[in-house]
Design a protein around this ligand. Structure first.
Ligand SMILES: Nc1ncnc2c1ncn2[C@@H]1O[C@H](COP(=O)(O)OP(=O)(O)OP(=O)(O)O)[C@@H](O)[C@H]1O
Length: 768
């Protein structure tokens, strides 16, 4: 910890020249938007009348927030937005954080009756945003959640056949493409927070472009066919050529499913019930507060760009005067200073991960008792991806009277969401970024500086309900030195899961797919190689039956393969349990001052074979006490984590049942089978003991260390398998179990048993 007295907001912060958040370099008007944006609330076109007819026949609960809606900057641009959407196949909309893009634009489309041939999908990079936005918009529309407005996220679906507007994660939309390749059910796809460039969003961009082109072509063909038919009909009747031949526009009338004339729609495959299905042109709308609009517009076939100026409430930005050596300590001190010295309003602090959040949670909780007697109380709410949804939802509840809420969040709170009550944002300027070295197949998870775009998004979590304040715990010079945007994930990730999804969606040549930023060829070859070795692809690179099965599961391909093999090895119950538990970062807690007691408690569950069976022991013990929270505290078990794992488990069991796999097939006490089963998906993540006691990976010949958090830390076993190979400070393996070396060559039908893969997918020289 650094000396906390050094850090006082009064001395350490300087008011930023741009009190509404610093504008991008290209923003001389200070609005945060490029100078081409008009000054008024309206970007392009005339202001819309305040009231529009809205015969909401579906509403079954009172509409809420009507007056607030009309005060949003986006509201004035309503007609301009609708015009642009009607006239263009794709539109890029850039508007300040909190201006109303995500909640309002889909409602404009609904209210204007434009979504008559299909629904509206709004994609979000994160599930917490999708669920909270759907909840808010359902209130605004006046419909019970899951009826007219709903959401779909992994393992949770609140939508129904009557859902017209759906918020969903980009991953879920990719999944829908697998069952509905032309996305018949949607007329409008809104890609929100497109600047985030997650791996899935980037893949989705390319897929949607292709779907849009196919649908457009089908509609054109249908139109031409209809016109030819009319010409021949008229000729037969002896009258003149139809309207289009005279150069006048054709009013082609309304399409009716199954009706006689459909000109702006094309009939496609039968819908299973024998009824024909029709497609209409697909409209794509790309939205963000911080994206390079020109670049996106060029990629989406010269999409129309709309800049909507204006923000709801200003946010004053302060930078630290001196660099902070320990951002966690700085965040701790600054949050207490805000609490004791500043006016009402909740605080949102951005940290890098669960561990840091729990450390600060503990520090603040301990400090509660030391607060001045006249100070308000504090309520600490963590928010990170592995937190069970019910606990995540707590951040949206108002703080009790005379209490200030302090939300400790990872960057899952960085974009899209409105956290009610937040007036102060503390930005540490860092996040945990995943990297991937495709040469050696090593993933890394390192704390790195954020981009300017992320900093602006973080700032934008304040100023949504009232004037806001953002304290950047880094100097203004450090801000200026940040990259403009983060490197797209597709350029720094293992691509196996993405390539599997592309293949499942019918993309044959993934090397030539229309990426916005083409990933390195080596990374794509690595992914193809990995999928081939898992037998998800055949020698020609086509998806196998197994590959199709694997793509059904919302799991990384390696885990999907393990699950598949569990049927033959008769250990599906155990595999589902362990995969669910592996989805949690820290199942055991080890407070700094109680490390010994915590280790002693953990020893009760330890399996000599390593982490996988240790987790299983833990779950069995938890089930035996029927999920008693007190038991968790006594045994230093992460109660939140285990609850999250149980939710994942429930969903995985449901998917298994849906695909005809019995989740109740158990191997009983023959637990070797469980580890053997893991090797079938992770044979490429195995390592052999060397004479000097180190481990060398079977593929890549890397010297690796067992992570200190693993139960096998410091132990010598003939061979190990690991779920993660991560570079943090050293090259560590995590999720480690002991295996027999002779299981490894048995595990892959396409790879180790036959030696070098003879596929045309990858040069064999890239496999060591
Ligand atoms: N759950 C909520 N509780 C309170 N107010 C909300 C909520 N959701 C939205 N709002 C209000 O609606 C406004 C618009 O939110 P919306 O998410 O549509 O903005 P946005 O332009 O998409 O922002 P961003 O670029 O940050 O995603 C917010 O500034 C806030 O005033």
């Amino acid at each position: 910890m650094t000396n906390s007295t050094k850090f006082t907001p009064k001395k350490a912060f300087v008011n930023s020249p741009a009190s509404n958040g610093p504008p991008p370099a290209s923003s001389p008007n200070g609005t945060g938007l490029p100078s081409t944006a008009p000054a008024g609330p309206l970007a392009n076109g005339k202001p819309t009348p305040a009231t529009l007819p809205d015969p909401d026949k579906y509403a079954t609960v009172p509409r809420q927030h009507e007056a607030e809606r009309k005060r949003l900057p986006i509201y004035g641009a309503r007609q301009a937005i609708l015009d642009a959407i009607q006239r263009n196949a794709s539109v890029v909309i850039v508007g300040e954080t909190g201006s109303g893009k995500t909640t309002q634009i889909p409602q404009f489309i609904l209210e204007a009756g434009l979504a008559k041939y299909g629904g509206i999908a709004v994609t979000q990079p994160r599930r917490v945003a999708a669920t909270s936005l759907a909840r808010r918009v359902a209130e605004e529309v006046g419909t019970p959640l899951g009826k007219r407005v709903g959401y779909t996220v992994r393992f949770d679906d609140k939508s129904s056949p009557s859902t017209k507007l759906k918020y969903l994660t980009d991953g879920m939309l990719m999944r829908e493409i697998l069952s509905d390749p032309l996305l018949h059910r949607y007329n409008y796809i809104l890609l929100d927070e497109a600047h985030e460039r997650t791996l899935r969003t980037d893949i989705l961009f390319g897929m949607l472009k292709e779907i849009q082109q196919t649908r457009r072509q089908m509609c054109k063909d249908r139109k031409a066919q209809w016109y030819r038919q009319r010409v021949s009909d008229e000729a037969r009747r002896g009258s003149g050529p139809p309207a289009e031949a005279n150069g006048t526009d054709l009013d082609l009338g309304e399409h009716a499913v199954g009706g006689a004339v459909s000109t702006d729609a094309a009939e496609t495959i039968s819908a299973g019930n024998g009824q024909p299905r029709f497609v209409h042109e697909l409209k794509i709308i790309i939205m963000s507060a911080t994206l390079d609009a020109e670049r996106f517009a060029a990629y989406f076939d010269h999409a129309k760009i709309l800049y909507v100026a204006g923000r709801q409430f200003p946010v004053r930005v302060y930078n630290s005067l001196e660099p902070q050596t320990d951002y966690l300590d700085a965040a701790f001190v600054a949050s207490l200073q805000i609490h004791t010295e500043q006016g009402p309003g909740d605080i949102l602090i951005f940290l890098t991960g669960q561990e840091e959040i729990e450390t600060l949670e503990k520090l603040l909780t301990d400090h509660r008792a030391l607060l001045p007697r006249d100070a308000a109380d504090i309520l600490i709410c963590p928010l990170f991806a592995a937190l069970p949804p019910a606990q995540q939802a707590k951040v949206f509840n108002p703080a009790p009277p005379n209490t200030r809420k302090i939300i400790l969040a990872t960057n899952i709170a960085e974009t899209s969401i409105t956290l009610p009550g937040i007036r102060y944002v503390l930005d540490t300027g860092v996040h945990k970024a995943r990297g991937y070295n495709s040469k050696v197949g090593i993933e890394s998870l390192l704390v790195e500086p954020i981009s300017k775009s992320s900093a602006r998004q973080r700032t934008g979590r304040a100023g949504r309900e009232a004037l806001g304040f953002c304290y950047r715990l880094y100097t203004e010079d450090s801000f200026m030195a940040l990259e403009e945007d983060s490197v797209p994930e597709i350029l720094r990730c293992n691509l196996a899961a993405a390539v599997l999804q592309l293949k499942a969606a019918g993309v044959r040549d993934v090397l030539r797919f229309d990426y916005m930023d083409r990933p390195p060829k080596l990374a794509l070859l690595r992914a193809l190689e990995q999928l081939y070795s898992l037998a998800a692809l055949d020698d020609t690179g086509a998806l196998t039956k197994l590959g199709t099965w694997m793509a059904e599961f919302p799991l990384d391909p390696c885990y999907a393969k393990v699950l598949y093999e569990s049927r033959a090895l008769q250990c599906t119950t155990e595999i589902i349990d362990i995969i669910s538990l592996l989805s949690v970062d820290n199942l055991f807690v080890a407070p700094f001052h109680k490390r010994e007691e915590a280790n002693e408690a953990r020893n009760k569950f330890i399996s000599p074979d390593g982490d996988h069976l240790t987790y299983l022991n833990l779950l069995r013990a938890y089930q035996a006490v029927k999920g008693d929270i007190r038991w968790c505290h006594e045994n230093y078990v992460n109660a939140r984590g285990i609850q999250h794992a149980l939710e994942v488990r429930k969903q995985l069991r449901q998917v298994c049942t849906r695909v005809g796999m019995d989740p109740n097939v158990s191997c009983g006490v023959d637990l070797d089978r469980v580890l053997q089963c893991f090797v079938t998906g992770f044979f490429h993540q195995t390592a052999l003991l060397q004479p000097d006691g180190t481990y060398k990976s079977v593929i890549g010949s890397q010297f690796v260390r067992i992570h200190p958090a693993s139960t096998l830390f410091n132990s010598r076993r003939e061979a190990i398998l690991f779920n993660e190979l991560v570079f943090t400070t050293k090259l560590y393996v995590r999720g480690v179990s002991a295996i027999q070396a002779n299981w490894i060559p048995e595990a892959s039908p396409n790879y180790l048993k036959r030696g070098q893969p003879k596929s045309k997918l990858a040069p064999s020289s890239s496999i060591e």
